[in-house]
Design a protein around this ligand. Structure first.
Ligand SMILES: [Zn+2]
Length: 131
């Protein structure tokens, strides 16, 4: 596996920050829209707490949209770890390169395109989009 250049790493790191903020903003918006005071109280915490604490608090909400956002936060967290460990470009299935272009388009990708295609074939019914 080729090491990513510093600029590529920095670009991805910035992308994760942006995504992280977007997802949190989205969670806050959902909580505020709920009109439920408990959720509105929680909204203030979303930006200030670590991912795991937020997940702990929000997991009780039983809101499909929030669940999806929490899943995204988790994926971003995993991707950040992979970036820090220098394995961001490494496919978890075959160990091959995922490719910078693919990561730019889909920063939380953990598989190369070939393995992802295979994975989706195998897990077709699990990969049904929720939207
Ligand atoms: Zn692969």
């Amino acid at each position: 596996m080729d090491e990513f250049k510093q600029t590529q790493n920095a670009q991805l790191a910035q992308l994760f920050d942006t995504l992280d903020h977007q997802v949190r903003d989205d969670i806050v918006a959902t909580l505020l829209q709920s009109g439920d005071q408990r959720y509105i109280d929680l909204a203030g915490m979303v930006h200030d707490t670590g991912d795991e604490s937020v997940a702990d608090v929000l997991t009780e909400l039983d809101n499909k949209h929030v669940d999806r956002s929490l899943q995204e936060l988790h994926e971003i967290e995993v991707a950040r770890k992979r970036l820090a460990e220098g394995t961001i470009n490494c496919c978890i299935e075959c160990g091959g390169d995922i490719g910078f272009k693919r990561l730019l388009a889909y920063p939380v990708a953990v598989r190369c395109i070939a393995c992802q295609t295979q994975f989706e074939k195998t897990h077709a019914h699990e990969a049904t989009p929720r939207m």
